[in-house]
Design a protein around this ligand. Structure first.
Ligand code: ATP
Ligand code: MG
Length: 585
């Protein structure tokens, strides 16, 4: 707070000395605002030929022509941005406009560097407020002490130096949102970076918004199909759920997210891909892929590249979430991918260290948990009264040598509703997607799984767990009994059936048919190396000759006992007729 007693003098600038009545008016104004005993000093300044400028500590009152024009400009800008018919409104505004003696708080830059500035002399500044520096550089307050404010900068800090002036805006950071963003690539401030022209904004949302309240939510009850069999069958994701994708580098984390986006085609889900700290070249390739497959129509890419400043990387996921909330509030379903939050935490760590905060575990600041919890809490399935929209989050986290107990992984595991753990060992062994069945879990998605999927996947997880255990026990054994060999072979078949190439998404009916057939052990005679091709051929056979079953499963989401026995019968017949059967001599 401003201590009125400490203020001793007020300085008045003008080109002509004020006469006695004017002087009295200024004295009265100062006495009313700041109390008596303040000395009024006049300084001649040719910059204000038509008015006055009064400075009391950091408050500046501008009665000059320029200052009044600035006020008028601001007011027109504010009134025009509410989207209403702006011309008549402007006329009305101009008619009723009287210039006010508005205080503008002006501070001074003390230090600047590494995208961070400390500013002195803004006693009323608030946390998260946007400041405008000389040359139009924008910054956001992240740290407040008694005498100075620490500020992160969104633009190049080369334009400002110590001593530069700073003004408050009284506004928080925001991002334009709207339908126009679909199919576009933007940066963390919503500015297009795909050279396709301006994006018309429907609204302007703050980047940090409170998460929906408990009563505004409803349980997850509708599946978000990834098209990846290992996930849809064992770790189903529901709309509104937050499912973490975690694994070492180069284990196919991004590929799972991208395949999920591709699989949303024609399913009425709007996808937002937030890339944080990645190479622009890999994001460009990703966008090209989406465009080729016609998936960019329903996708928005928000890109904060590795070369962007840490502040831009820090705000990227919040900005992306605000864009998603715009659609969620209209009752639409949104899928948002944060690729990845490890780099986000690192960006926040560098900001915090530069701001002089004390480092804690792994040199992250103490509030790093809050960094991600307030982000992921914004994903929800809204109640029907609130429109029934949803936002599903797929955050991605990179681990070092599979260590899930590091700081950031444990934090995010505890915030999310489950994780898909990808293992490099599996990946290099050719098991792709490299989902580790033992360490992955989905805590709420089971409720959203269709009945058909649930009954088809039945014992899959259990069988795979048994297979893993048995494989571990028998890996050094040379002589195995027939029963064990059979079980191992069955496990191998299951693992091979779950292999899927990139971009090869499987519809619900395809997954149900494959799982029903393989779990009934009909595919066991097929050679392991042939199994992928064979499954493809078998599905063709079903599509061609048994379309009714496929249709029924896809449309109703139910697998009737008759359909189940039909599938098993058709599959075993197809195997005996077509497979090159492996027989042991
Ligand atoms: P990074 O840690 O670099 O972000 P990542 O974990 O996101 O890597 P991706 O970039 O998705 O991994 O994939 C790594 C490589 O593995 C890519 O070359 C990709 O083409 C390949 N890959 C991913 N999934 C599969 C798959 N199902 N089948 C075959 N190849 C795959
Ligand atoms: Mg990746």
């Amino acid at each position: 707070m401003k201590d009125k007693k400490l203020i001793k003098e007020a300085v008045l600038y003008s080109s002509v000395e004020p006469d006695s009545t004017q002087q009295k008016r200024f004295r009265d104004f100062i006495a009313a605002k700041y109390g008596p005993d303040i000395q009024l000093i006049w300084k001649k300044d040719g910059k204000y030929p038509n008015g006055f400028r009064l400075e009391v500590e950091s408050d500046v009152y501008d009665w000059s022509i320029e200052g009044r024009f600035e006020q008028l400009k601001q007011m027109l800008k504010n009134s025009a941005s509410d989207g209403s018919d702006s011309i008549p409104l402007m006329k009305e505004n101009i008619r009723s406009w009287t210039p006010e003696a508005l205080a503008r708080e002006v501070g001074t830059v003390l230090t600047v560097g590494d995208g961070i500035a400390t500013v002195g002399g803004l006693p009323n500044a608030t946390y998260g407020e946007i400041l405008i520096f000389d040359g139009g550089v924008r910054g956001m307050i992240q740290n407040l002490t008694e005498t100075e404010a620490g500020c992160i900068l969104f633009d190049d800090d080369g334009q400002i130096s110590s001593g530069s002036k700073v003004v408050r805006t009284g506004k928080r950071a925001g991002i334009p949102v709207g339908e126009g963003f679909l199919g576009r690539v933007v940066n963390s401030l919503g500015v297009p970076i795909d050279k396709k022209g301006e994006i018309p904004a429907s609204e302007y949302y703050p980047i940090e918004r409170p998460a929906p309240a408990i009563i505004d939510r409803q349980p997850v009850n509708c599946p978000l199909k990834t098209g990846i069999m290992a996930i849809d069958s064992m770790f189903p994701i529901g709309r509104g759920q937050r499912e973490l994708i975690i694994g070492d580098r180069q284990t196919g984390k991004s590929s799972i997210a991208i395949d999920t986006i591709l699989n949303q085609k024609g399913k009425n889900v709007i996808c937002i891909y937030v890339s944080i700290g990645q190479k622009s070249s890999s994001v460009a390739k990703f966008v090209r892929d989406l465009e080729e497959k016609g998936a960019m129509e329903y996708t928005i890419v928000l890109h904060a590249s590795a070369s962007d400043t840490a502040p831009m990387q820090y705000i990227a996921p919040y900005a992306g979430t605000s864009i998603g909330e715009y659609f969620m509030q209209q009752g639409k379903d949104v899928l948002i991918v944060y690729d990845d939050l490890t780099k986000h935490a690192v960006a926040y760590r560098s900001i915090s260290l530069l701001l002089g905060r004390s480092p804690g575990r792994e040199a992250y600041p103490g509030d790093v948990f809050y960094l991600h919890s307030r982000l992921l809490e914004r994903s929800a399935h809204l109640s029907d009264e609130k429109g029934g929209g949803s936002m599903t989050a797929l955050p991605i986290v990179e681990t070092q040598a599979g260590d899930v107990s590091a700081y950031i992984p444990t934090n995010i595991i505890s915030i999310t509703d489950g994780q898909i753990f990808l293992e490099s060992e599996l990946f290099f062994a050719g098991q792709r997607p490299a989902v580790n069945v033992g360490l992955s879990v989905s805590r709420v998605g089971g409720d959203a799984q269709t009945k058909a999927m649930k009954s088809a996947a039945g014992t899959l997880r259990l069988e795979l767990a048994q297979y893993r255990e048995m494989k571990m026990f028998t890996q050094f054994a040379s002589d195995l009994d027939d029963e064990t060999k059979k079980q191992l072979a069955f496990g191998e078949t299951l693992m091979h059936v779950l292999r899927q190439a990139q971009g090869e998404s499987r519809q619900q009916y395809e997954q149900v048919i494959i799982l029903t057939a393989v779990l009934a052990k009909t595919l066991t005679p097929v050679k392991l190396n042939d199994i992928r091709d064979f499954v493809g051929k078998m599905l063709d056979h079903f599509r061609k000759n048994h379309a009714a079953i496929c249709d029924r499963i896809e449309k109703t989401g139910v697998l009737s006992p008759e359909d189940r026995s039909d599938i098993i019968e058709i599959a075993s017949k197809f195997v005996s007729e077509n497979a090159e059967i492996e027989t042991e001599l």
